[in-house]
Write a protein that binds this ligand. Structure first.
Ligand code: EPZ
Length: 430
């Protein structure tokens, strides 16, 4: 299994182009099930997760063609017909978002059998809200032996879907199903994350009638069919925030391009409070820290436009070197502080009580062998390694490969000493 080795101490200078957003791309890919015409997605990130969903879609009947177009990496998805409505456990278990094929399968062909995803390391992550939304749209749902059997032989019907809590995945799932339902659907307490706008924009280009995405009420007038479209995947706001934190940690000055700073304003406000210089521009932002001391800050994660849970772990890494005590509360997932013990192995002073971490800044971190159980926790260890004395080896790199495109190349181009070690023997590849 590959590992990443980081030799700490190098300042970062230069430019990092941000890729298309993983968490948007995989929902947009699922939207291709809704039409027999081609959906061309540009600015596609090439990640383990997008490759993985591509393979699942191929089993369901989608032709998936990747290429390098004039606007960068693109994927052409064509589902002339659904050849199977079955998403097996092995595939859904490996990537939870695969579950989001259920709604489009149901909307297009009236039936689906999709494995329940089960829990994951950051929390129990039930899918009850997804299923309630589909039931509200008229689907008959039965659960047997870990599978969801869903049927809507006469099609889905528009409905009022009032979510009791904000869920990104359930809001997207409801949109993906309701666009082909008969009549009007109104989703209340919808998630407001920018990925909602991206999905709604793409669906509207395909002929859907979605309004209000990005607010807590989304209204959808169902249409009888959708057509092909071309859509550019929005920039990855979590990748943007992660590299901003990497620069803050290592010191230096880096331009993050092909992205938007307003998507992560709450996190950038905290970076500024911590003493980092952030300058937004038309194409992204510049992050700079030249010798200034970092100051501890307090924050809690929340739904958009609050502080994103996906940036909590990398921000905690930054706070390990800040002067004073930072208080960090994770409110979205019940078990998302697993990086704290690994950061402690590098010399950080962190105590965790339930979902709250207190981080007392130390003078320096020391490189160590570390590993994490999810994507964002893994990258927090890379960030810690950028400022640690000596070498940090991050194990289980497959987590990073799920969500960061060419991480070592992007950081390396700015002067970071980051390299991939192939396999357990430590044999190096370029
Ligand atoms: C999405 O997960 C992202 N994943 C996550 O990113 C992100 O952390 C999360 O949104 C929050 O922003 C993808 O988009 C693929 P939720 P999702 O439904 O949709 C509970 C990453 O590292 N809930 O908004 O699964 C749930 O347990 C990943 O890129 C229910 O109780 O998140 C959680 O506590 C990790 N019942 C809360 O809601 C449900 O039916 C918010 O989850 C659904 C969710």
């Amino acid at each position: 299994m590959d590992r990443i080795a980081i030799t700490g101490g190098a300042r970062l200078e230069g430019e990092i182009p941000i890729s298309g957003a993983k968490n948007s791309a995989i929902k947009l890919m699922a939207a291709s099930l809704l039409t027999e015409e081609p959906l061309r997605l540009t600015n596609m990130p090439r990640l383990a997760d997008t490759r993985f969903l591509g393979r699942l879609l191929q089993r369901l009947g989608t032709e998936v063609v990747e290429s390098d177009g004039p606007d960068g990496p693109e994927t052409l998805l064509t589902t002339r017909e659904i050849v199977s409505g079955f998403a097996p456990y092995d595939l859904v278990r490996q990537m939870r978002a695969s579950f989001n094929v259920l709604g489009p399968l149901l909307a297009r062909s009236g039936q689906a059998k999709v494995s329940l995803p089960g829990g994951c390391t950051i929390g129990a992550r039930p899918v009850d809200l997804h299923l309630k939304a589909l039931e509200a749209l008229g689907a008959k749902i039965d659960l047997h032996e870990g599978y969801v059997y869903a049927q809507a032989p006469r099609g889905l019907r528009g409905a009022a879907i009032d979510f009791p809590m904000v869920s990104v995945g359930a809001t997207e799932h409801a949109m993906l199903a309701a666009v082909l339902a008969e009549g009007e659907t109104v989703i209340t307490q919808a998630a407001c994350e920018p990925e909602m706008n991206d999905l709604a924009d793409c669906l509207n280009k395909m002929g859907a009638k979605v309004s209000g995405a990005g607010t807590s009420t989304i209204t959808i007038q169902g249409v009888s069919r959708l057509h092909g479209a071309k859509h550019a995947v929005m920039p990855d706001r979590i990748e943007t925030g992660t590299y901003a934190l990497a620069v803050a940690m290592a010191g230096g000055e880096v331009r993050l391009t092909k992205t938007r700073s307003d998507f992560i304003q709450a996190m950038l406000d905290k970076m500024v409070e911590a003493g980092v210089e952030v300058t937004p521009n038309n194409d992204g932002l510049t992050v700079r820290r030249n010798g200034t001391l970092l100051k501890a800050v307090e924050f809690e994660t929340s739904a958009y436009p609050g502080f994103p849970t996906d940036l909590q772990a990398p921000f905690m890494a930054l706070m390990t070197l800040a002067e004073g005590e930072s208080v960090i509360r994770e409110t979205i997932f019940e078990n998302r502080l697993m990086h704290a013990p690994e950061l402690r192995r590098m010399g950080a002073d962190i105590t965790v009580h339930g979902t709250e971490a207190r981080v007392r800044g130390v003078d320096s971190l020391e490189g160590a062998q570390v590993m994490a159980t999810d994507l964002r926790a893994s990258v927090s260890l890379v960030i810690a390694g950028l400022a640690a004395k000596g070498e940090t080896i991050v194990n289980r790199v497959y987590h990073l490969d799920r969500g960061f495109e060419r991480l070592e190349e992007k950081l390396g181009a700015c002067g970071a000493k980051v390299r991939r070690l192939k396999g357990d023997g430590g044999e190096e590849v370029e």
